[in-house]
Design a protein around this ligand. Structure first.
Ligand SMILES: Nc1ncnc2c1ncn2[C@@H]1O[C@H](COP(=O)(O)OP(=O)(O)O)[C@@H](O)[C@H]1O
Ligand SMILES: [Mg+2]
Length: 235
């Protein structure tokens, strides 16, 4: 579904990603793990069209994405829930969700999508009229994910959805992503620093270090590998 081939991205002269190749197949939940500054956000932003690659290709269902504007990429069925959520804090939950539905102009379709989001996150339904900025951290993350789902993605990318949440909520958010994948067949590319939790729900994983993929394997194999145990789990 998504094929990234030898992707290189830099900021001015400074290289941030070098020769990154990865694949996501329909129905998979794939995790990308790596320390702060490894290039995880850069990778997701390049795929979403927010950064322009120096070299390499990004194909989605066989179509090249590099060079396309972000809105076109969203319209093709690829959504990004960005790091730090980026909600409109003075707008209501309902209004934030509608913003996510921009590519979908049909009123009935929007209501149906909204219902699906509320089924997944009943708390958002109860708080429809509440301003996004007054939600708890966990609820804000639910809203950010819900907003992405409103564009009806076939591939959902998430940049550290558990960032800043307490452990109980980290588990809840990641379990929700697992349900989204298993029960609704959503294909997911997940960036996480909670390495153990991410690899426990993923099918496969990639390890990114200083802009390069240094390991790629089944999630369970990665979780028990020397590299991951030493570098990310401290055991
Ligand atoms: N806007 C930017 N301008 C210049 N350098 C940046 C910018 N954003 C990120 N970088 C650099 O690129 C590298 C990768 O960053 P990033 O993709 O944000 O890593 P991660 O998400 O894994 O923490 C880091 O060295 C970071 O300092
Ligand atoms: Mg990041």
């Amino acid at each position: 579904m998504l094929v990234v081939d030898k992707l290189s991205v830099s900021y001015d002269e400074a290289p941030a990603l070098r020769d990154v190749s990865l694949e996501v197949t329909q129905g998979e939940l794939v995790a990308i793990i790596g320390a702060n500054g490894a290039g995880k956000s850069t990778l997701l932003k390049a795929i979403a069209g927010l950064l322009h690659p120096d070299a390499g290709s990004i194909r989605f269902d066989g179509q090249e994405l590099a060079g396309r504007p972000p809105y076109e990429i969203v319209g093709m069925g690829l959504a990004l829930t960005p790091e730090g959520r980026r909600l409109f804090s003075r707008m209501s939950v309902y209004e934030n969700l509608l913003v996510g539905a921009t590519p979908n102009r049909d009123q009935e379709a929007r209501q149906a999508l909204m219902k699906e989001v509320f089924d997944l996150f009943p708390r958002l339904k109860e708080r429809q009229k509440q301003k996004a900025g007054t939600l708890s951290g966990g609820e804000q993350q639910m809203l950010a994910i819900g907003r992405s789902l409103m564009s009806q993605p076939r591939l959902l990318m998430l940049d550290e959805p558990s960032l800043g949440l307490m452990p109980l909520l980290v588990d809840q958010i990641l379990e929700t992503l697992q349900r989204l994948n298993q029960e609704r067949g959503m294909t997911i590319l997940l960036v996480e620093q909670n390495v153990r939790e991410a690899l426990e729900i993923a099918h496969r994983g990639y390890v990114l270090q200083s802009g390069r993929i240094v390991a790629a394997d089944d999630a369970n194999t990665l979780l028990h590998s020397d590299l991951v145990r030493r570098a990310y789990l401290g055991i």
